[in-house]
Ligand binder design. Structure first.
Ligand SMILES: [Fe+2]
Ligand SMILES: [Fe+2]
Length: 186
C-alpha cells in the first residue's frame, strides 16, 4: 500500500452495525478520537514550528552558507528533536493498538469486523514506514542542522502528518461503535 492508497476512502471497509449500542458504550468508543486529539495537537505544534522556520526565510537558498551556531541552526535542531518525539509517540500509540486493541476487537468482533481490522493493520504498515523515514531524517537533522537536512525532514514530516490524520479519521469512525459495543478497553 502506498501513502496515496492509504487515503483512498472508497477502499476502506465499513464496520458492521451495532443497533443495540448504548449511550455509555458509544461514549467509550469515542475515547479513541479524544486520544487521537492529543496526537493531533502534538502534530499541530510541530507544523507550527515548521511554519515559523519557513517564515524566517529558512529555505534551502538562504541556508546555503554555514549556519552553524546561529539561532536558525538551533531552531532546525529543535525541529528535528520535535519530529523525533512525535515519531516515538505515534509509534507507541500504534504499538498499543496492535498489541491490545486490535486483538481484542478481532476476537470479539468476528468475521464481520475482520476486514476493518485488516485494513487498519495495512495502514499501520504504511505509517510505520513513514515514521521510520522521518525518525531517520530527524536524527540526521539533530546531528547536523543543514538546509538540505531540514528540507528532507520537513517533507517527511508533512507526508506522515497527512497519512496519520487520514488514518486517525478512518480509525475513529470505523471503531467508535465496535469499541463500545464489544467493550474493548482503550
Ligand atoms: Fe491506528
Ligand atoms: Fe489510533
Amino acid at each position: 500500500m502506498t501513502p496515496e492508497e492509504l487515503e483512498d476512502e472508497a477502499a476502506r471497509p465499513a464496520p458492521p452495525a451495532y443497533p443495540a449500542i448504548t449511550r455509555a458504550e458509544r461514549a467509550h468508543g469515542r475515547r479513541l478520537a479524544a486520544i487521537h486529539d492529543m496526537y493531533r495537537a502534538e502534530l499541530d505544534a510541530v507544523a507550527r514550528m515548521l511554519e515559523a522556520i519557513r517564515s524566517q526565510g529558512a529555505d534551502a537558498g538562504a541556508l546555503a552558507p554555514a549556519i552553524e551556531g546561529t539561532q536558525l541552526s538551533r531552531n532546525l535542531a529543535r525541529f528535528g528533536t520535535a519530529c523525533g518525539r512525535d515519531c516515538a509517540l505515534l509509534q507507541n500509540h500504534h504499538d498499543i493498538e496492535e498489541q491490545w486493541v486490535f486483538p481484542a476487537l478481532s476476537e470479539r468482533g468476528g468475521a464481520a469486523l475482520a476486514p476493518v481490522i485488516r485494513r487498519l493493520m495495512e495502514e499501520h504498515r504504511v505509517i510505520h514506514r513513514l515514521i521510520g523515514e522521518l525518525a531517520e531524517a530527524a536524527r540526521d537533522l539533530g546531528r547536523d542542522a543543514s538546509a538540505s537536512g531540514f528540507e528532507t525532514c520537513a517533507a517527511r514530516f508533512t507526508r506522515l502528518d497527512r497519512a496519520i490524520r487520514s488514518h486517525f479519521g478512518y480509525e475513529e469512525r470505523a471503531l467508535e461503535e465496535p469499541l463500545g459495543a464489544l467493550r474493548v478497553p482503550i
